[in-house]
Design a protein around this ligand. Structure first.
Ligand code: PGA
Length: 251
């Protein structure tokens, strides 16, 4: 089964609208040559309209960096799936480690976001990953299991087609330390087996699992050569059009 690769750029809390427009235009150019893979960008909410304008007519997918589960209501500081769609986004990142660690989001809350976003027709990039302490104490696979199961609670096999899992070891995010390709492959294969056990093997085989954590032009080709790595979630290197262009056009 050949899964279509997905290269996703998480811009985090960077880019004013003017900067976002310029970067998006260059990403759109780089993505033109990459017709056998998908490209996604997740700008800050405030820059989504500018990015949508710059990417009009392009196949690049636009995502929010988080999403609430309700259409509207008393949820100060949140953005609804309907609001994201209104701006031209069709996907959302959920459960990023910065949401878990800095903002205290747990698997229950993340699961509400996942099911809400799916219910309103969005694609979800569900992030999971262990901290350094968890890895060093041998808990990596247990943590991944809890996060995958918790995040996908109530998600049907049918809806699984709109889920992408991103494995991002917390110790590799923004640190310049990448997991070795073996460590990444092992975690990805484990996640795929989990999905296979919980749903069915056919669905697990179709599911895209991205690697994230210090992905760069220098390591993307080796990562993408692994059988269970179907793409990348890129932070820092996604802010530079040349670097991200090279990552999109991995060999
Ligand atoms: P990084 O971030 O590529 O800067 O390590 C990845 C992420 O947090 O998604």
């Amino acid at each position: 089964m050949v899964r279509r690769a997905l290269i996703a750029g998480n811009w985090k809390m960077h880019m004013t609208t003017g900067q976002a427009k310029a970067l998006a235009a260059r990403v759109g150019e780089a993505a033109k040559q990459a017709t056998d893979r998908d490209v996604l960008v997740a700008p800050p909410f405030t820059a989504i309209p500018a990015v949508a304008g710059a990417l009009a007519g392009s196949e690049v997918i636009i995502a929010g960096q988080n999403v609430c589960w309700e259409e509207q209501g008393a949820y100060t500081g949140e953005i609804s799936p309907v609001m994201l769609k209104d701006l031209g986004a069709t996907a959302a990142i959920v459960g990023h480690s910065e949401r878990r660690q800095i903002f205290g989001e747990n698997d229950d809350l993340i699961n509400r976001r996942v099911t809400g976003a799916l219910g309103f027709g969005l694609t979800v990039v569900l992030c999971v990953g262990e901290t350094l302490e968890e890895r060093e104490s041998g808990q990596t696979l247990a943590v991944l299991e809890t996060q995958v199961q918790g995040g996908l609670e109530q998600v049907s096999g049918e809806d699984l087609a709109r889920i992408v899992v991103a494995y991002e070891p917390v110790w590799a995010i923004g640190t310049g330390k990448t997991a070795t390709t073996e460590q990444a492959q092992e975690a990805h294969a484990f996640i795929r087996r989990l999905i296979g056990k919980r749903y069915e093997k056919g669905l697990a085989d179709q599911m895209r699992i991205l690697y994230g954590g210090s992905v760069k032009p220098a390591n993307i080709d080796e990562l993408m050569a692994q059988p269970d790595i179907d793409g990348a979630l890129v932070g820092g290197a996604a802010l530079d059009a040349e670097s991200f262009g090279r990552i999109i056009n991995f060999k």
